[in-house]
Design a protein around this ligand. Sequence first.
Ligand SMILES: [Fe+2]
Length: 164
Amino acid sequence: MTVKLHPTKNDLPAKSRAQLVGLLNERLASAIDLEYQAKQAHWNVKGPRFHALHELFDEVASAAGEAADELAERAVQLGGTARGSVRLAAKTSALEEYPLEAVSGDEHVSALSTALATFGAQVREGIEAAAKLGDADTSDLFTELSRAADKHLWFVEAHLEGKS
Ligand SMILES: [Fe+2]
């Protein structure tokens, strides 16, 4: 995708910035999708572990919302345009469709852990891609976000313990 840049005195080469903006926007779409997948789980989960899961899923949604904000703002700092509409996110997210029929804690834990793992992998893949483009700062942002995704994946997967 060709990215049209806004003027900036940022010293990274424009060609690299254009590619970095592309990387950031791909992950922004997934972060927005993840935020609302977690909300879907937060709103609809039912069962004996309702309270713990309801709270945990909301925490995942908040973290994904913060991740989206960081990704979007980094894209703009590099002279890009944040492509953060919900419609665009739906078209370009790397995440699988969330199962709308999910009800039980296990069903939501399974679906949301898949979403978190996909997002974590996509962000992790960006660490080296950004480093290769000479942008240690974007690489660092991807590192921070993949670490947070891993932490939430752990929190969500911990609910599967002793069930297999
Ligand atoms: Fe709520």
